[in-house]
Design a protein around this ligand. Structure first.
Ligand code: ARG
Ligand code: ZN
Length: 859
């Protein structure tokens, strides 16, 4: 069935208190719940209490202490007839965590028990109104064998513990903050903790603990530091203080997503907890810092204020992503983090917005909510709130968020509530801006400049493309930061913020001695695509001179994008190619030799746009043509700048390892330089890569070298791949890298490698990290995935069909690469469709995969 936003009604019953007793076992866990219920004064009264279930049965149902037999089932749900007034409803269920391969609800992971309840996993544990607007106060008791489960954790504060005669022990936890069921968590296992403490701004002592398996303890320091920094930052920047005596984090190897913000007990994918220099790259360190912050920030944006229904998901996710991005910008430097965030948005969200799965940040309908944990809800959601901040400025924005937190604390709120608080608190008029919540699709903005008699006039035109279910769009308010550069002096007279809110508008500026150079969408002030009339030499100028780091990066990207789109759609004359390469070479040369540039920014500027992003620029793309042209350009740059790149690689190789910015920047540039060197001359590049691999005292350098080697056909490739696996055989997260490196390689036989790796003894469909490391890496590797004979599509379809019965949520995530068919040249498009149809023909498809496949086919 399709669930619609407009159908929302409040739940008939309120549940002030929930008591849960768990008798824990890996194969059999008995759950006894006791729900205090009373009619919800804000809802229509009902003679039945509907409790959601999923794959569970009730062993016993009681009302006010007496067993009843007139309960019924409606599909998966349990219906309990109830007279008006307050009651206590008791339910007993029995579940088998070891059989739970979906990793939703209560499941076993490496001998421990843990939970994932968002969005609708709680109903796999016990019958309950499993919806985010039913808030209850939880008291949880857990009993289990002490030998298997020495650690027993749940939400809130621990309120009791004890030993039993039979070798079992128990613990009681109480969470004083009312919460929806999706924030419930329980962990039982043999774990050790890294502990610390934090004193909040009002003087509350908070005990912090990060629980991991025994051997992983040495890799938890970065996570702990990140947590403490997050707690400080949220007090300083948003005025948000933590509200319990303990904050626990548990790392789990088998996890569908990144992490989960359960109240007081965050459960994490190990990938976002464990990091040390030998096993984690600089990027992994940043991932840990960002996700720890994200989950911690949810304590206010998500937990204290939660969502009325799942259509409001972006209320907590978009806002929390913005908060974690701002935090990471403060920790690591604003410019580079902004560039990285835009790269993710364009690489993942833009394609989503232009494909069959496009949806507004506040969707109107869905079949399976798990399919809506998307880059649109998260990353575009963050951009929309960032635009509000850009329009009103940081101080007014803080007033708006203060009002929001204050006004809705303890509530299940809506996006509309957030917008209204921003209007009232920040003084914005968001009447037209609300369209950003309801219209899908990335706006296209065209900017042209007319220069006459010292006056520059800009014409800005916008259009929002049609998306599934939304043929006609209205113009939206688009805040564009611009600057007009004087080419003679290389400066401008100040940044301007243009608010474009009509289909077409004109803005004029005068007093220019010559035609200025336009720098537009500075800082990526709006999540739109820009087409601007600009000459190559002007882009070269901006790439060297723009004082806005993002705009500088953008100029370089634009230069390359233009050339590669022209080259890969054929018909580029030799003359035009030489001219374009000349311009790119001039800009690239300036970047690699500019001594005023810090290395981490240099590393960003050196990166070529991805094939996916390039393909996105064309109505219908030929991925192999783009790949070929992109490789040609890389090789050309590698040859042309061989001396400079070798010198650069040498210089940055001298630096000692540290986690400081300069050292990290050096490592970024090191591998970038290597990439071009190896492209220009594979033989000698392979030698440099092997040397970098051997000399590495950290994972960033080692993985970078191996990534380059994995794409080459040299002997060093095999040697180092064998060495890497042997060195890290007992570290799951590094073995994941080993799979991913090969699946994402530029090697012409990458597809054969993936097939062989699927048979490797370390491969399993049961672990989402491992599945993603092989197959997501492969699906994101256009030259391999888009093999001309359709073999790549077949491989992904086979995976989806095999994985769907085991873990539908993870299986469904692999559909979108196939769903891109409309934007791929016709021969391949037909092959992609064929595979989608093959999946659709499977009779027993999960709701998750069914929804994604049918949307992708366009029915
Ligand atoms: N709320 C979590 C986060 O963003 C993600 C949970 C996703 N769960 C899911 N079943 N899709 O931090
Ligand atoms: Zn989140």
């Amino acid at each position: 069935p399709v669930i619609r936003r407009e159908d929302y009604t409040p739940f008939a019953w309120a549940l002030p208190e929930t008591r849960l007793a768990f008798d824990l076992g890996v194969e059999k866990t008995r759950v006894t719940s006791s729900l205090s219920v009373e009619p919800n004064p804000a809802a229509e009264p009902s003679p039945v209490l509907r409790l959601n279930g999923d794959g569970i049965t009730a062993a016993q149902v009681t009302v006010d202490g007496a067993e009843i037999s007139d309960w019924t089932m409606d599909g998966p749900d349990l219906l309990v007839p109830l007279s008006a007034g307050a009651h206590v409803v008791g339910i007993v269920t029995e579940i088998d965590p070891s059989a739970n391969s979906q990793l939703m609800g209560l499941y076993a992971s490496g001998g421990m028990l843990c939970t994932q309840c968002e969005a609708e996993g709680f109903r796999r544990i016990t019958f309950f109104p499993d919806r985010p607007d039913v808030l209850s106060t939880y008291t949880v008791t857990m009993t289990g064998p002490k030998s298997l489960f020495p650690v027993l954790l749940s939400n809130g504060n621990q309120t009791g513990e004890g030993q039993n005669e039979d070798g079992t022990h128990w613990a009681e936890w109480h969470d004083p903050w009312p919460k929806p069921s999706y924030l419930f968590a329980l962990v039982a296992g043999d774990l050790v903790a890294n502990t610390d403490s934090f004193t909040t701004m009002s003087g509350r002592e908070v005990d912090l603990a990060i629980y991991v398996r025994d051997g992983d303890l040495p890799r938890t320091d970065h996570a702990m530091r990140s947590l403490i920094k997050s707690m400080e930052w949220d007090e300083q920047v948003f005025g948000r203080e933590y509200d319990l005596d303990v904050f626990n984090i548990v790392a789990v190897s088998d996890f569908n997503m990144g992490a989960m913000e359960n109240k007081g007990l965050n459960v994490f994918n190990t990938k976002y907890v464990l990091a040390d220099a030998d096993t984690a790259t600089d990027g992994d360190f940043d991932g840990v810092e960002g996700v720890i912050a994200h989950e911690y920030f949810h304590n206010w944006s998500g937990n204290r204020i939660t969502c009325q229904d799942w259509f409001q998901l972006s209320l907590k996710e978009g806002f929390t992503v913005l908060r974690d991005q701002m935090f990471s910008q403060d920790m690591q430097g604003e410019a580079v983090k902004r560039i990285e965030d835009v790269r993710i948005l364009r690489g993942v969200q833009f394609p989503e917005d232009s494909g069959p799965l496009a949806h507004p940040i506040r969707p109107d309908s869905f079949r399976e909510i798990s399919n809506f944990y998307t880059a649109t809800i998260y990353n575009k959601g963050a951009e929309v709130i960032r635009m509000m901040r850009t329009m009103c400025g940081p101080e007014a924005f803080r007033k708006g968020t203060d009002l929001y937190f204050d006004r809705h604390d303890g509530e299940a709120a809506t996006c509309e509530d957030f917008i209204t608080a921003m209007e009232d608190g920040a003084g914005l008029d968001l009447t037209q801006f609300r369209l950003w919540y309801s219209q899908a699709g990335t706006p296209k903005v065209t900017v042209t400049m007319n220069y006459t008699d010292g006056e520059a006039s800009l014409t800005v035109h916008q259009s929002v493309p049609a998306t599934p279910g939304q043929a006609i769009k209205k113009p939206m308010p688009i805040p564009l930061k611009i600057a007009l550069f004087d080419p003679a002096t290389g400066t401008h007279r100040g940044e301007e913020l243009l608010l474009c809110n009509q289909a077409e508008q004109r803005f004029t500026f005068d007093g220019f001695a010559q035609k200025p150079v336009l720098s537009v969408n500075r800082g990526f002030s709006a999540p739109v695509t820009i087409a601007r009339e600009i000459e190559d030499h002007e882009l070269v100028f901006l790439a060297a001179n723009d004082d806005d780091a993002f705009a500088r990066y953008e100029a370089m990207q634009d230069l390359v994008v233009r050339h590669l789109t022209a080259a890969s759609s054929g018909g580029l004359s030799d003359e035009a190619r030489d001219a374009a390469r000349d311009a790119i070479g001039t800009a690239f040369g300036a970047i690699i030799t500019d001594s005023a540039l810090d290395d981490s920014m240099r590393g960003e500027l050196m990166m070529l746009p991805s094939i996916t992003y390039l393909a996105e620029q064309q109505e219908v793309a030929d991925p192999s043509a783009i790949h070929q042209q992109r490789e040609d350009l890389k090789a050309w740059l590698g040859v042309r700048f061989a001396t400079e790149l070798a010198a650069l690689h040498d210089r940055v190789s001298q630096l000692e390892f540290s986690l400081e910015k300069a050292s990290r920047g050096a490592r970024k540039v090191k591998t970038q330089a290597l990439v071009y060197l190896a492209s220009g001359d594979p033989e000698s590049g392979s030698k440099v890569a092997a040397r970098q691999y051997d000399a590495a005292d950290n994972m960033t350098d080692r993985q970078g070298a191996l990534m380059v080697l994995a794409g080459l056909g040299t002997a060093a490739r095999t040697d180092k791949l064998i060495d890497f696996h042997r060195r890290y055989a007992d570290n799951e997260l590094v073995v994941d890298k080993w799979f991913a490196l090969q699946a994402s390689s530029l090697h012409p036989k990458a597809i054969e490698h993936v097939k062989a790796l699927a048979e490797h003894k370390d491969f399993t469909l049961r672990n989402p990290n491992r599945v993603r490391s092989l197959y997501m890496a492969f699906a994101a590797n256009p030259h391999a995935f888009h093999a001309e004979d359709g073999e790549g599509y077949r491989l992904i379809a086979d995976l989806i069909i095999a994985l769907d019965p085991i873990n539908p949520q993870t299986a469904a995530r692999f559909v979108s690469p196939l769903g891109r068919w409309r934007r791929i040249e016709p021969k391949r498009a037909a092959l992609m469709r064929e595979q989608l149809e093959r999946i659709a023909a499977v009779k027993t498809l999960s709701r998750d995969t069914f929804e994604q496949v049918s949307r992708s086919l366009g029915d």
